[in-house]
Design a protein around this ligand. Structure first.
Ligand code: HEM
Length: 174
């Protein structure tokens, strides 16, 4: 008993009490899977205000002081909040995604119309007959690198860029 720490609690309105350490009850704390001993418990209705807890150890000791009205499993914070364990990022599997210029060249008709713009491949087949600038403008691009033609007509225009994006197949493989 002479080696046990002392705990003095002070609170609002001149409240002061020295914890009586008159207990030795085992208590399994499931969160840290540790069996502790209750050395003392003090229970009373608190007044609003600041409380301070002065623990004085008389020897080398490892002490847990808990303050609260209930303990919820999984919500115990000891000291600083635990740093979250980083979730391992899966190693990305390298994909050989992309389309070759040869594939683009093979889709060179109104039946299947692919084109390249800025190193991405697009399937414009469905756009041919909806293009406000006429189907001819698109058909002439089928199977080609249409970067220059597209930019000459639609550079810095939002609608053609958004429309083009909706037909994206993937990057051009080089
Ligand atoms: C991948 C290729 C293309 C896409 C996705 C595309 C898309 C579009 C879109 C969305 C519009 C309507 C713009 C708006 O309402 O503000 C438009 C209009 C137009 N496009 Fe294209 N375009 C493409 C290629 C071309 C090319 C190569 C030419 C010319 C050779 C061209 C000529 C025009 C013209 C003249 C208009 C205006 C039509 C009007 O007077 O209403 N387009 N295009």
């Amino acid at each position: 008993m002479t080696q046990l720490p002392t705990l003095v609690v002070t609170g609002p309105g001149g409240f002061k009490t020295t914890m009586k350490l008159n207990e030795r009850t085992k208590f399994f704390e499931p969160y840290s899977k540790t069996t502790y001993l209750y050395l003392g418990r003090y229970s009373s209705v608190a007044k609003a205000g600041l409380y301070s807890f002065l623990l004085t150890s008389r020897g080398k000791a490892s002490i847990t002081l808990a303050v609260g009205d209930k303990e919820i499993f999984g919500e115990v914070l000891r000291g600083a909040a635990p740093t979250p364990t980083p979730t391992p990022t899966p190693t990305p599997t390298p994909t050989i995604a992309g389309y070759t210029l040869a594939q683009v060249k093979a889709n060179n008709s109104a039946k299947s119309c692919w084109a390249v713009v800025d190193d991405y491949v697009y399937d414009l087949t469905k756009w041919i007959n909806s293009h406000p600038g006429g189907p001819g403008a698109i058909v002439s691009l089928c199977g080609t690198d249409a970067t220059a033609a597209f930019k000459a007509q639609h550079q810095n225009q939002a609608k053609p860029a958004v429309r083009l994006d909706s037909y994206k197949l993937g990057p051009l493989k080089k």
